[in-house]
Write a protein of this length. Sequence first.
Length: 405
Amino acid sequence: MRNVNRFRFLGLATIVSSVVAALCLRGLLAYASSFPAGSYRAEQQRHGYTPRVPHVSPGSDVFGAEAAHPAGDTQQQELDELTYLPLVLKRYCGPWGPDYRRFGFNWCGTPIGQYDIPRLNAGRYTRYPGFLADPPPLGLEFSQIIRLNENFNPPSETDIVDYATAHPGTLWLIGNEPDCIWQDNVTPRQYAEMYHELYGIIKGTDPSAKVAIGGVVQPTPLRLRYLDLILQEYQGLYGEMIPVDVWNVHNFILEEGPSGAGCGYPPGVLNPEDDARALDPQDHDNMTIFADQILAFRQWMNNKGERNKPLIVSEYGILFHAQMGFDEPRVERFMIATFDYFLSATSTSVGHPNDCNRLVQAWYWFSLDWKNLWGSETYGHLFDPDTGQITPLGIAYGDYTSSLP
């Protein structure tokens, strides 16, 4: 199993304690807010729920530790200031656990009991199409997704309150690709209103919960403009910066425009073609673009004064099929390259100060079990949903995580 060195020698344990004590700073104070009537609740009237006073339960602090470091105004991709510490100490920059806990996957709803999930050695997962009232006991951290489009059966307020009461400390993702017309498809103003109400419901029930913004398809200039509009709408409506505990983004590499093979234009953005990105499909696994997008999002966070917050990539992977050149070996090479990147990418000016200045704190591969997109079989799934067997990609995933300390 995961035989992590527990620092058998007292001297080394003392060093570790000193380093941790020096680098771990005050946690972010969770707070509850009211939840006045708004657009999300109006959308949910068909559920017939009866609002009630929530019961507040204590919970674990998953993504709560923040560091009071000044944010820089320049960027660089380099090793953090702990470069010359002994290897055994480099990972101890704050409250983050072993590296395998950073690895996640997106489960797409097939019977998960047919899969040998422990072979992945993963730490977290989400479930599509969205909210799940009773996630299976896999021994992994489960992140809830609240969809904002009625086509994806979003939960009622009662559903949310019941789950938050029973599962304190949960990470909640508010929306899934709200910028995509084929997903949640909401304007910036609609998103600001729904987020405000849902944040109040969740925090009013469980102050220890962590709330993340919905991941846009990809952090391109057009999608960052969409997020700018959300922040402007929220500030105008409620007089404050949108309260986000964990920042979240998807990191696909797709064409932007009216083509059905891309991700379309974000709703509510004027003249989107001005910033839309034309892309060759063969760039779908381009690691230079992949890394540039992550860095761009961290720079955007820094510009908004949000550098000290965690960043997760809650969905990414290969959506294209073998007929387009994305065969099994190519998908595996890309997946392993992203793992290497996530574990090593740091910046002393925009990285998370409480996590060795890493750019990303956790990531979720798409997918566990979805093998057909746009009518053709792809190779991005870790298990075959038809046979229940682990795929070569799943084996590669598990081999990688099993090698981590």
